[in-house]
Design a protein. Structure first.
Length: 320
């Protein structure tokens, strides 16, 4: 590869036909056309509007490898959301960007896994040539996300055992230099709004919970045969919001048997080992996951275990 090579992202070096041509013709598996192991730097200039000043701009990468990020030549400090191989990664660029100007953003992706136990990684289903290969690149959603300085990092909903109420947990963060006082409003379709007062000191992050959000009286329960879903919305006074989709079900141990909502269930499972030989990486769009789970369902599979890797959760079809 040369510094002048161009790559289209989301994608991998393989899909961009970059790297070392692989002449091998392996009779035990499909062979990659191109291989590359090590750091590869992807960079682009972007205009950042001055109307975004004071807000939080986060670089989001749904799937990638070990990463480092620079803005205008200055490295961005990694966070707890950085360098997560089986999950999405993000970097807060807010303090490094120059607003009202063009900014050069550089992302180094390293599939040799420096600072990590590389042998267990490259010999796992996450990276072997027998499965989704040790690709280098960025896959899935790849975007700059703009949020308020005080925002909702994550939202989770857990049905309670009574199957009439749910526990709601919201992770809040205040990236501004001032204290924040306001309300967190929770609302589910056909349900009532619940308001939780919040206080966040400058720079503070904390989890706020509500243990008894009441679902509608005619709430529909989730099972492997009927899969109704609900959507919880959390909103701050400044307009920041987040949504979470969930089904009303509790999974329990019933005298040694699994049960969903009190009904015994037999898990007919399959171990998915990330075998996607035609692309060399797992699908990152909803349609492909609907097709895969539709095939599972046709064969009577009711549970899937992902072995040594994690699929993109938001893409997995849960509509039955």
């Amino acid at each position: 590869m040369t510094p002048s090579d161009r790559a289209r992202l989301p994608g991998t070096l393989d899909t961009n036909k970059l790297g070392t041509f692989n002449p091998a013709n392996d009779i035990q598996r499909l062979s990659r056309y191109y291989k590359y192991t090590g750091p590869a730097t992807y960079q682009k200039e972007l205009y950042i509007s001055d109307v975004w000043a004071g807000r939080r701009l986060e670089l989001f990468m749904e799937r990638t490898r070990v990463t480092r990020v620079w803005v205008n030549g200055t490295e961005v400090s990694p966070s707890t959301q950085s360098n997560l191989l089986p999950a999405s990664q993000s970097y807060d660029l807010s303090e490094n960007l120059q607003y009202g100007q063009y900014n050069r953003i550089a992302i180094e992706v390293d599939n040799s896994y420096p600072g990590m136990p590389s042998n267990p990684i490259v010999n796992s289903h996450m990276a072997t040539d027998e499965t989704q290969t040790n690709w280098n690149g960025i896959l899935g959603r790849f975007e700059l996300q703009i949020q308020e300085a005080v925002f909702i990092r994550d939202l989770r909903v857990y049905p309670n055992a009574d199957l009439k109420t749910v526990l709601v947990e919201a992770d809040l963060q205040n990236r501004s230099g001032a204290a924040y006082s306001g309300n967190l409003t929770l609302c589910c379709a056909d349900g009532e709004e619940r308001i939780v007062p919040i206080e966040l000191a400058a720079g503070e992050a904390k989890t706020v919970s509500l243990s008894d959000y009441a679902m509608p009286e005619d709430v529909k329960l989730w099972s492997e045969f009927e899969t109704p879903l609900y959507q919880m919305t959390a909103r701050l006074d400044n307009g920041a919001s987040r949504e979470a989709e969930f089904g009303m079900r509790v999974f329990t141990n019933d005298n040694g048997s699994f049960a969903i909502n009190g009904n015994k269930v037999f898990l007919r499972g399959e171990a998915n080992c990330a075998v996607f030989p035609l692309t060399g990486y797992a699908p990152m769009d909803t349609a492909e996951w609907e097709k895969l789970f539709g095939t599972y369902k046709a064969y009577g599979i009711g549970a899937v275990r992902f072995h040594s890797w994690c699929p993109p959760a938001r893409r997995i079809c849960r509509r039955g």
